[in-house]
Design a protein around this ligand. Structure first.
Ligand code: BGC
Length: 858
């Protein structure tokens, strides 16, 4: 990564070793940083030269001379290997600072003079002349709302829906673009189109986003900073010398859809030489927030292009497209027709028996005040000149089907419609592959739902709500982190948490929010995000920055619950949401999450050197555990409460069960599951626990049986019925809570890595510095492979049955180690690289060095 426009005064640097030798490791490193790439490549760091530092650490926080804004820094690293030999300097990498401080903005916040009710999106333009030869140029743009930026007619960048959603009155994000290529000496023009996004929410739904305290007509602030060949700097900024006009985007809502009248296009509006004499003056506006920070995260993009799979021509003005899978994103229509022809694109996840789009499962929380803003229906009015292409700019939807209707006969083919899967474009960090096709499909559906619900913040579903539901997100965070490099999105979302937290510690159930959610759904079972996500980031990346950044927030949160519930148990929460049939008491599950938060807080305190806090919260966690077990655990039978699946698995998962009773509780859980016909009977919180509680306590085969069911209720049941995403409810024909693209039941994705691949981070050496390996060669599965891209490189854990032999192959990346806990196989002999290992029993732990290791059980 060579990021552009960062604000961090002390950025974090990391690298990986390119050393496949057995036992490869780093014994020391040296970093140098300078503004001169040539000097850097020679190992001379004018800004930072660490000298040789003897350590195996690969994640280092910059501690050189203080960084200047608007500056590119080049850096390189060399390491000393396991034999103490230095490598040559790495290829030079770089990072570039942005404004670093709000006082460095030169531009003014501007908008047009319309108010929040205005539906048409505004254009802005400015032309200017660049007098000298341009060396480089950067555009810095902060927006309340959404934007598209153009220079000399060319759209800048491929991000979608920038800037990401934040609590706009507390934090506004700016984006940095390298526009060196688009500018030229002589006349230039800048064009900006603004959309509403969550900033000016005009659609009315049950969460009151239209009443957001920050709501305003979109506005922006921009600095175009040009460095000429002679190193002089010129900044072209937003100000009174810009002009504004209506655009053809006649309506845009992030929640519902976009309407576009191509007859209103103004050719060349964003190019030099355009006659803007009829355009209006802009007005100055106050900044939405004084806190303007760099958007440092993987952006949303049109990540996948999906051609339509089927077209159903219902009449000469009604066509229904099936793109073959459920996604978050948009569709693009190519069409010819008479000027003024009005085409509607209705997006749905289901079809009625008559083949028309059925939105009845997703439009239920929408409260339109008239018929002008239909749900998930784009409206395109043709200009009538040749082939026209429509794709919304400021909206996305959740859908598989698009019903295109027109007020005039039109001629469409299958190729006329293309869909784009849009989501935060996080790099892939893991793969699962097995001999069970349904398992592979569940994993892929899990990824589809995870990504459909990652749009700069995690959401519950891309259609009905688009809300940052906290509970859904912490449940899915491990699943996400095994398969995707999500740290930047989570760091941003935790900043959203800090923005939204009340001074008494309370968090809302959806984040960001305009205010809804402080009164409903925000108990510890949901808002434990504040502790669980920083902790998972620590485990997966070995990076404690987020924990440190959120430490006070976790503490205030925990202290608040402690004040409200001094006895240690809390009934604040929603409980085991959307269960198959049985529901456990809310106090049971909420107290388990409260316990988890307190435990994380005490561990974080320890880590951050806050000894008094560490002791205090360790004691509080003990108190909660004692109260929990006193109330719910029958120590004679080893049964919690009524012995439901959730009641037996949640305490096992979160470490509430007294050591001596663990096997008894696990045995009871196994019996319960068998009595439930090896099927789940859990809701959201139970799904997080059930598979892990079984596989971690001696019942991996049973866990696999449950996980691989293909009849109701199960994940496989959705898949065999055609699902390409995970659902919100177990019965496919549920009457309510039946979005077809929810990630909340997605823990199974993480479970594949943890239980079948056996790959886990080691809390005592996080970031997979040491990998805890405990694969389970479960009955009924012949082949399984899990790969995870750890900070040290790719971990591979794969196994296969060949006749009566089980072959297990594992790759431990350079500079990391693994602890392999031998699974129960029922086999007598174990060979490593062909040599028999003597006196080795299940549960024995073997220490593995970096490299690839081959085991065989015969
Ligand atoms: C959302 C869920 C969320 C829940 C909270 C629903 O409407 O879609 O995923 O967690 O509300 O109860």
């Amino acid at each position: 990564m060579t990021p552009l426009g960062i604000d961090a005064p002390t950025p974090r640097l990391t690298w990986q070793l390119d050393d496949t030798r057995m036992g490869a490791k780093q014994t020391a490193y040296e970093i140098c940083v300078s503004t001169d790439s040539f000097e850097t490549s020679k190992g001379r760091g004018l800004h930072w030269q660490t000298g040789k530092i003897s350590t195996d650490k690969q994640l280092i926080t910059y501690k050189g001379k203080s960084l200047n804004p608007f500056t590119r820094y080049y850096w390189t690293v060399r390491i000393w290997d396991k034999d103490g030999k230095p490598t040559s300097w790495s290829a030079v990498s770089s990072f570039e600072t942005g404004l670093m401080n709000s006082s460095n903005w030169k531009g003014a916040w501007i908008s047009d003079s319309r108010d929040i009710k205005e539906k048409v999106a505004p254009y802005f333009r400015k032309s200017f002349s660049a007098t000298k030869k341009i060396k480089s140029a950067r555009a810095y743009i902060a927006v309340g709302g959404l934007y598209e930026l153009f220079i000399n007619g060319e759209r800048i960048g491929d991000h979608r829906l920038d800037p990401m959603y934040t609590r706009f009155d507390r934090r506004i994000l700016y984006i940095t673009h390298d526009v060196t290529q688009q500018l030229k000496s002589g006349n230039n023009a800048i064009g900006v189109l603004l959309g509403n996004g969550w900033y000016n929410h005009q659609s009315t739904a049950v969460w009151y986003f239209h009443e957001a305290p920050w709501r305003m007509r979109p506005a922006f602030c921009m600095d175009l900073r040009i460095t000429y060949e002679d190193n002089s700097i010129e900044t072209i900024s937003s100000g009174k010398d810009w002009k504004t006009s209506h655009s053809p985007v006649i309506f845009n809502s992030i929640y519902t859809a976009e309407h576009y009248d191509a007859r209103l296009e103004q050719s060349g509006w964003n190019k030099p030489g355009f006659d803007d004499s009829k355009w209006k003056e802009v007005i100055f506006r106050s900044a939405p927030s004084s806190n303007i920070v760099s958007q440092s995260m993987h952006p949303i993009r049109n990540v996948e292009t999906i051609p339509a799979k089927q077209i159903n021509r219902i009449s000469d003005s009604v066509y229904v497209y099936d793109i073959g899978r459920n996604i978050s994103g948009v569709s693009q229509l190519k069409i010819r027709g008479k000027s003024g022809t009005t085409v509607r694109l209705k997006h749905s996840e289901r079809l009625y028996p008559n083949g028309r789009a059925d939105q009845s499962n997703i439009d239920v929380h929408y409260r339109p005040t008239d018929d002008k803003d239909p749900f998930q229906i784009d409206i395109f009015i043709l200009k009538g000149e040749g082939e026209e292409i429509f794709i919304p700019k400021f909206n996305y939807k959740g859908f598989q089907f698009v019903e295109v209707t027109s007020d005039q006969p039109i001629d469409l083919s299958k190729e006329s419609l293309t869909a784009y899967f849009m989501h935060s474009d996080v790099p892939v960090a893991g793969q699962i592959n097995s001999s069970n096709e349904t398992l592979n499909k569940i994993w892929s559906a899990t990824n589809n739902s995870y990504l459909s619900n990652l749009v700069g913040y995690p959401t519950d579903c891309p259609q009905r709500e688009k809300n940052g539901w906290t509970g859904d997100a912490h449940i899915a965070s491990e699943t996400g982190l095994y398969s995707f490099d999500g740290i930047t999105v989570y760091e941003k979302w935790m900043a959203d948490h800090r923005d939204e937290q009340q001074s008494n510690g309370v968090l809302p159930s959806i984040i960001p929010t305009s205010g809804w959610g402080y009164e409903w759904g925000n108990g510890p079972d949901w808002t434990s995000t504040i502790a669980i996500i920083p902790w998972n980031i620590y485990l997966f990346y070995g990076d404690s920055k987020l924990l440190a950044d959120c430490y006070d927030n976790i503490k205030r949160y925990v202290d608040h619950i402690n004040e409200l519930y001094p006895a240690g148990l809390t009934s604040w929460g929603l409980g085991d949401w959307v269960p198959v049939k049985s529901k456990s008491p809310v106090e049971f599950t909420s107290s388990a999450y409260y316990y988890t938060d307190v435990l994380i807080l005490s561990k974080a305190a320890n880590l951050l050197g806050k000894q008094a806090d560490a002791k205090k919260y360790a004691a509080l966690s003990e108190k909660i555990k004692t109260a929990f077990n006193a109330k719910w655990l029958n120590t004679t039978t080893g049964i919690y409460n009524n012995g439901l699946q959730t009641e037996l698995s949640v305490p096992l998962q979160w470490g509430l069960v007294p050591e001596a009773l663990k096997s008894k509780v696990a045995a009871n859980l196994a019996k319960r599951v068998e009595a439930d016909n090896n099927h789940i009977d859990v809701g959201l919180l139970g799904t997080k626990a059930i598979l892990n509680a079984l596989s971690e306590n001696g019942y991996a085969d049973l866990a696999y049986k449950v996980a691989s069911q293909e009849n109701f209720p199960s994940w496989g049941w959705w898949i065999v019925n055609g699902a390409t995403t995970l659902y919100e409810n177990w019965p496919i024909d549920a009457k309510s809570d039946i979005s077809l693209n929810h990630i909340m039941f997605g823990e199974i994705g993480a479970w594949y890595y943890k239980a079948l691949g056996g790959i886990r981070p080691d809390p005592s050496q996080p970031g997979f510095k040491n990998i805890l390996l405990e694969p389970h060669f479960v009955g009924g599965l012949d082949r399984f492979e899990a790969r995870h891209q750890s900070p040290f490189g790719q971990i591979v854990s794969s196994w296969e049955r060949k006749g009566s032999t089980i072959i297990y192959k594992v790759t431990v990346p350079a500079n990391s180690t693994a602890t392999l806990r031998l699974p129960e196989t029922g086999k007598e002999k174990l060979y490593k690289e062909g040599n028999e290992l003597k006196n080795i029993k299940p549960a024995t732990e073997l220490k593995l060095i970096a490299g690839t290791h081959l085991f065989e059980w015969r």
